[in-house]
Design a protein around this ligand. Structure first.
Ligand SMILES: Cc1cc2nc3c(=O)[nH]c(=O)nc-3n(C[C@H](O)[C@H](O)[C@H](O)COP(=O)(O)OP(=O)(O)OC[C@H]3O[C@@H](n4cnc5c(N)ncnc54)[C@H](O)[C@@H]3O)c2cc1C
Ligand code: FES
Length: 292
């Protein structure tokens, strides 16, 4: 099996890392909206990550990863020259793009990373893209310059008011509409609660909206059922039918509950990893942190 070398690793913000990783086949086939599932090593769990950018000439893909639990913390220890065991993809459907007119792109936290390639592709086919980027605080905001480079306008919102509007991304959206700006389509990416709120507000404002969903994924091929989501009462598998769906029909409460289902196991794995400073070359601790 070919391992995938990390060509660069940069810290973008507290606990948020950017990697360029060798994956020539993915780089060649990838389209905006698609993701990969990676496994760091023989003991690794499979984690889905959006491809933020691809360089087919160099055969590399760009990943932006927030430390959430054991696997992403373990990944944060990897440096350029290290390798990732598996990179499977591109997975999922590419984003459905049209020339809508004015597109409002709304993201929270590390959701800016999956949103950026969609925004670039939508602007590339002639949409006027407006973006609202939200984060808890100024030092956690990522990719603002890259959004500004392709968007007609960008507004920022922070929970603590350290940058831009003090408040939620939905407050920024409502203010924009109050000022007379019209939007024909919205795309929403971020934590489940934020996506739910943005879906409700876009519905009230009569703006059709897509949300890029982040359920637990395992195989990424539609076989395991891990990523089951409900949209307008119908069951879909986000890995093959998505990850984007009509935001106004998504059962976000179910998504939230399903994402919490493994919390005790995830906490155990993260605690063991942190306590023992579990290293990639320590199979015994690796196995223990996976409950083996
Ligand atoms: C299509 C898709 C694209 C994603 N893109 C990105 C991205 O570009 N950057 C980024 O930082 N994160 C992304 N994520 C989320 C990322 O996959 C999880 O943060 C990661 O799997 C957490 O693993 P962990 O072991 O570090 O944390 P854990 O402690 O295992 O879990 C922390 C939380 O992450 C979620 N999670 C755990 N395992 C999975 C899994 N196998 N699949 C999905 N979610 C999981 C759960 O909500 C969980 O409570 C994406 C998720 C999906 C479904
Ligand atoms: S991840 Fe298994 S069905 Fe989608």
């Amino acid at each position: 099996m070919t391992e995938h070398m990390i060509h660069s690793h940069k810290v973008l913000a507290e606990n948020i890392h950017e990697y360029w990783v060798e994956a020539p086949l993915v780089a060649r086939k990838y389209r905006a909206g698609q993701f990969v599932i990676i496994r760091l090593n023989d003991y690794g769990e499979r984690i889905p990550l959006t491809v933020v950018e691809a360089d087919p000439a160099l055969g590399r893909i760009r990943l932006i990863v927030q430390e959430a639990g054991k696997s992403t913390k373990e990944m944060s220890l990897l440096q350029s020259g290290d390798s990732i065991l598996d990179v499977v993809g591109p997975l999922g459907k590419p984003t459905h793009l049209e020339n809508w007119g004015n597109l409002i792109a709304i993201c929270g936290g590390v959701g800016a990373a999956p949103l950026l390639p969609i925004v670039k592709a939508a602007a590339g086919i002639g949409n006027a893209v407006y973006a609202v980027i939200g984060s808890r605080s100024k030092n956690l905001m990522i990719l603002e310059d890259e959004f500004r480079a392709v968007c007609k306008d960008v507004r920022v919102a922070t929970d603590d008011g350290t940058y831009g509007l003090k408040g939620l991304v939905t407050d920024a959206l409502k203010a924009w509409v109050r000022e007379g700006q019209s939007f024909q389509q919205a795309i929403i990416v971020g934590p489940v609660m934020m996506m739910q709120a943005a879906a409700e507000v876009t519905k009230e404002l009569g703006i059709p909206a897509m949300a890029s969903l982040n359920p637990i994924m395992v195989d990424g091929t539609g076989m395991c059922g891990g990523c089951r989501v409900t949209v307008y009462g119908k069951t879909y598998f986000a890995c093959v039918d998505g990850p984007e769906f009509d935001a106004h029909g998504v059962d976000f409460r179910e998504l939230q509950l399903r994402n919490q289902a493994y919390r005790p196991f995830e906490k155990n794995a993260t605690d063991l990893f942190s306590d023992h400073k579990c290293k990639l070359d320590d199979p015994e601790l690796q196995a223990k942190s996976h409950g083996r």
